[in-house]
Design a protein around this ligand. Structure first.
Ligand code: FAD
Length: 451
């Protein structure tokens, strides 16, 4: 090929940015990379998932941002693939496409009452407190000031994030980049009790110890653990013996068990061996029916039939994320990922030339941010190995693709546009002595991009 290989990356979360970095950091194949995102701003869940009070993790975006300075890499924001431009069209403008569009939909509990008002997905709550432009602001501004008891279903890190945000004082969150309306709403929250429910035991919980420990260090919230629920069967004991991370978690939880409240105005009840079986209420959820479970000796649980209820006017379902299909792209509806062989997209067992996948939509929603780096690099290695044999796109130039988007009247946010938004967020933050304040409104983001 006499020109640079044109590559489209669909999604600018960590996996998309790491893929762009891997492409731009090699010399064997000259490349020109467009990183497309449906949102006007880059970095996916690093911006709209990672908890705003975890400043050091959120600072990963500074590292990701540097990729946009690399020669040949452009950010093309506010362009939704599947809506503004179709996958088949991308093949006219790019020699290769890498799908890195994540897996950010919620999983369902599949129990009665799940859709009652006041029962929300963690994905939606997280999107709201991170200032996602599509977040349902009105719902949370209505629910939080009128709720007193919240149930968070799930014992992963996202459940811990959600519980911590609900339990923290606004003073503890004031330094973050949360939009001001989020801080104002949290300040009006009436919640005194937060019940975190795990259907299995403490040894099977998937949170990391650092995140877990924070729950015991909050200014205005006590942590309460029932010693009767800190039960370890032989399989759990074996896990504790073989896995240091599990042992640390169990240690922290045992330290809390039986400690009792110290009189702080909020309480986090960390529950194990308790699974929700129904939500009930009137026009809004009022109660969660919980069945006590017992460990079955092989890492699973079975129901005991012993029921109890927890009053709850807010239920946050945090039982995992899942990927969705993109029109024109193969999708495994069982595991909610794009099927692939070494990062090459596969349809009915056959590799589709020029299509690759990385990140959560390749592996499912597992691992930490850094996991996506190795994963993206592996997919890029496959792409580079194929470079000489890829079908050449007929309109493979930046000018041709820009003309396509322009002709559709799409307000593209490019790298300078994103930098302008970035500067506007820093200015907004400085008004309240914060590093930055997230601009949540899409029109305001687009306006800031052209300032
Ligand atoms: C609530 C939460 C908290 C987390 N906290 C941590 C943490 O503290 N530490 C840690 O290491 N990991 C954390 N993670 C995990 C981490 O965020 C993921 O590993 C990582 O974001 C996955 O990267 P990705 O690029 O595959 O997907 P994403 O980050 O989801 O990026 C996908 C991107 O694709 C875009 N997109 C989607 N559809 C389209 C389309 N049709 N067209 C164009 N663009 C599209 C999206 O807008 C998004 O920008 C957290 C995850 C969640 C959900």
């Amino acid at each position: 090929m006499t020109r640079a290989l044109r590559v489209a990356i669909v999604g600018s979360g960590p996996s998309g940015m790491y893929a762009a970095d891997a492409l731009a950091s090699q010399d064997d194949v000259p490349v020109s990379v467009d990183v497309l995102d449906a949102l006007p701003v880059p970095f996916g869940l690093v911006r709209y998932g990672v908890a705003p009070d975890h400043l050091s993790i959120r600072s990963v975006r500074d590292t990701l941002d540097k990729v946009l300075d690399k020669p040949g890499v452009r950010f093309i924001g506010n362009v939704e693939v599947g809506r503004d431009v179709q996958v088949a069209e991308l093949h006219d403008y790019f020699d290769a496409v890498i799908f890195t569009y994540g897996a950010s939909r919620d999983r369902r509990l599949g129990i009665e009452g799940e859709d009652l008002d006041g029962s929300v997905a963690a994905t939606d709550f997280v999107a709201w407190y991170c200032g996602h432009p599509d977040a349902d602001r009105a719902t949370f501004e209505r629910l939080l000031p009128s709720a007193t008891s919240a149930v968070v279903v799930g014992v992963g890190n996202v459940a811990v994030d959600v519980s911590r945000v609900l339990a923290k004082t606004v003073d503890e969150l004031g330094h973050t980049d949360m939009p001001q309306h989020v801080l104002d709403t949290l300040a009006r929250s009436q919640i005194t009790d937060i019940h975190i429910l795990g259907r299995r035991g403490p040894a099977q919980a998937t949170f990391t110890t650092k995140e877990l420990r924070e729950l015991g260090e909050l200014a205005d919230a006590d942590i309460i653990v029932d010693p009767n629920e800190v039960v370890l069967d032989a399989a759990s004991e074996a896990l504790v013996a073989s896995d240091k991370a599990v042992a640390r978690n169990v240690d922290v939880i045992r330290g809390w068990a039986g400690r009792g409240p110290t009189g702080k105005p909020r309480r986090i009840h960390l529950r194990f061996l308790a699974r929700p079986v129904a939500l009930s209420g009137d026009e809004r959820v009022r109660e969660v029916t919980v069945e006590a479970t017992e460990l079955d000796g092989s890492g699973g649980v079975r129901g005991t039939g012993r029921m109890s209820t927890i009053p709850a006017d807010l239920v946050v379902r945090s039982v995992g994320y899942r990927g969705t299909a993109l029109p024109g792209v193969p999708f495994d509806a069982q595991s909610n990922v794009i099927p692939h062989h070494e990062g090459r997209v596969v349809r009915d067992g056959t590799v589709i030339p020029g299509e690759y996948v990385a990140g959560w939509i390749k592996r499912g929603p597992t691992g930490i941010i850094g996991t996506n780096k190795k994963d993206a690099a592996a997919s890029v290695a496959s792409l580079l190995a194929d470079a000489g044999t890829l079908p050449q796109a007929p309109h493979a130039s930046v000018e041709a693709f820009d003309a396509l988007l322009d002709g559709r009247g799409i307000h593209v946010v490019d790298t300078p546009g994103w930098r302008s938004i970035d500067a506007a967020e820093r200015r907004l933050g400085a008004e309240r002595e914060r590093d930055r304040t997230t601009i949540h409104d899409r029109d305001h983001l687009l306006a800031a991009a052209t300032e």
